[in-house]
Design a protein around this ligand. Structure first.
Ligand code: TXE
Length: 480
């Protein structure tokens, strides 16, 4: 059986305690590999290696650091097919999605921050005849990056690349549910010639390896993406240690469809924003609000689209819907479907687990599910389900839909569909949401600030925001 190893001090190493955890292929329910069940001792080794590498790495010119990151991007592109297959195996997502979204984006993350480091500038404040104030941005030091299972390599590299570009050394942990592409990345870092200790990848569970990263006194910052409850726990642990925190947490994103929009485009894109990656993207829209005059036509066309989705073995080319990530997650999502019935919802599509035949007989497949008739304040419309389940709700006025859109504890992303430019901006500004897409979804420019309001997180990733996060500003004043 495939056995993954930690990547510490430039080498692939076994965990100190010698214990491993099974990892399961969601499409089959079968164990396909084992991963180090790392303990605080492994994290301590990784931190020691990172501290030793730091003085040289931070003093390297940004151009040289950038060249290494760009080299890693090239290797990710070279191995795109292998990595896409691995991501699909590990996560249950369609291989076509991994090939077109996850892996290309992981390569872009390295290429983007490899070059961004050379464009990073700090501020100067000149007081005429009195003083010159300037800001130096020092790398923070050794930082921790903890990522989730839904977009494994995509989100792992989204944290690691800016940290390395900023001159930090990194101890990173991928989700224990999806460790495979992070392991393959270790090999590519070795091949690229990344100096030993600059990046260390420790596998294992949240309560053991993850907690040790958050608690380690030499780790200056934590960049975390995951569930809101875990984020709150990490904040409680890190706050008394005065660590810098970037938390990208859950969402319960609204799609607002006004009657004057391009309806065909809104239906097509809403299908993607509802069910891409089996609805397991923090940016997925799960509450679809439709202006009443077009409610019935939207509903009919949307349901036709849902009926046309191909669900099956993620490794088959035509598959659009793969498996959800784990049995526990499948149960969680099924629990919300049951709750939607209890809360008085009308099931319009799906609602059941799917039992496939053959290779995928034991896999965690779920029908894309649509409900209507649920109150905007019910639990199904307030809590993050993070699966292929959406609700449709008609609305009559802009005020009403804004109140509903803003009524959850989350504020990550929203989409607005309208051809009225004035309304588009007015509604966007009124949404309590870190990201608003108008007539599109998941359109990403890596320079823009990425993150959520309210319980969707603290801080922003992306572009200069990420480089600022991983650096410590120092203000220096020279009297003239
Ligand atoms: O994520 P966790 P889970 C949401 C989604 C999902 C729910 C729970 O609603 O159903 O969260 O998912 C590590 N110290 N999202 O439980 O636990 C863990 O090992 C340090 C939204 O699977 O948040 C993994 O690497 N680390 C989301 C990472 O945290 C800890 C993506 C995320 O796992 C830790 C994923 C600890 N004490 C889930 N405990 C998004 N925003 O995209 C766990 N971890």
């Amino acid at each position: 059986m495939l056995q993954l190893q930690n990547y510490i001090n430039g080498q692939l190493v076994a965990p100190v305690a010698g214990t491993y955890l099974p990892t399961i292929e969601p499409a089959t329910g079968q164990v396909y590999a084992e991963i180090p069940d790392s303990s605080p001792a492994d994290v301590a080794r990784a931190v020691t290696a990172a501290e030793a590498a730091l003085p040289t790495w931070r003093m390297l010119p940004a151009e040289e650091r950038g060249r290494l990151l760009v080299r890693i991007a090239e290797l990710l592109e070279r191995d795109l097919e292998l990595l896409a297959q691995a991501e699909s195996l590990d996560n249950g997502k369609p291989v076509s999605l991994a090939r077109t979204v996850d892996i290309p984006r992981a390569a872009s993350n390295f290429a983007f921050f490899g070059t961004a480091a050379q464009h990073f500038a700090s501020e100067t404040h000149f007081q005429e005849g009195v003083a010159l104030n300037y800001t130096v941005r020092h790398p923070l030091g050794v930082v921790g990056c903890i990522s989730p299972w839904n977009l494994p390599l995509y989100l792992f590299t989204w944290k690691i690349a800016p940290a390395l570009a900023a001159g930090c050394c990194v101890v990173a942990k991928p989700s224990e549910l999806t460790p495979y592409t992070a392991f393959l990345l270790s090999n590519l870092c070795i091949e690229a010639g990344l100096p030993a200790g600059v990046l260390n990848i420790v596998h294992g569970t949240g309560p053991s390896a993850g907690q040790a990263i958050v608690e380690h006194p030499a780790i200056k910052a934590i960049s975390f993406t995951g569930g809101t409850a875990t984020g709150a726990h990490i904040a409680r642990t890190a706050a008394p240690l005065f660590k810098k925190l970037s938390l990208e947490l859950g969402g319960k994103n609204p799609n607002i469809i006004f009657a004057d929009c391009n309806l065909a485009e809104a239906v097509r894109t809403s299908l993607r924003s509802s069910f891409s990656n089996q609805g397991q993207i923090c940016l997925c829209g799960s509450r679809i609000f439709i202006e009443r005059p077009v409610y019935e036509v939207f509903k009919t066309e949307f349901l036709q689209g849902v009926a046309g989705l191909t669900i099956g073995d993620p490794q088959e080319e035509g598959t659009q819907q793969g498996a959800v990530v784990s049995e526990a997650h499948l149960r969680k999502v099924l629990g919300y479907i049951e709750l939607a019935h209890q809360e008085g919802g009308t099931l319009l599509a799906g609602g059941q687990r799917i039992e496939l035949k053959g290779r995928c007989a034991g896999g965690y497949f779920l029908q894309p599910t649509v409900f209507e008739g649920l109150r905007p304040d019910c639990r199904v419309n307030q809590e993050e389900i993070f699966g292929p389940v959406v609700t449709l709700t008609p609305f009559d006025t802009e005020e009403e839909v804004l109140a509903w859109a803003n009524s959850t504890e989350y504020g990550l992303a929203a989409t607005v569909w309208t051809s009225n430019l004035t309304r588009a901006h007015r509604v966007a500004h009124a949404l309590h949401s870190g990201i608003v897409w108008i007539n599109t979804w998941m359109h990403r420019d890596l320079r823009t600030p990425f993150g959520g309001m309210k319980n969707s997180g603290v801080g922003r990733e992306g572009g200069l925001e990420a480089l600022r996060f991983f650096t410590e500003p120092q203000s220096i004043t020279l009297k003239l």
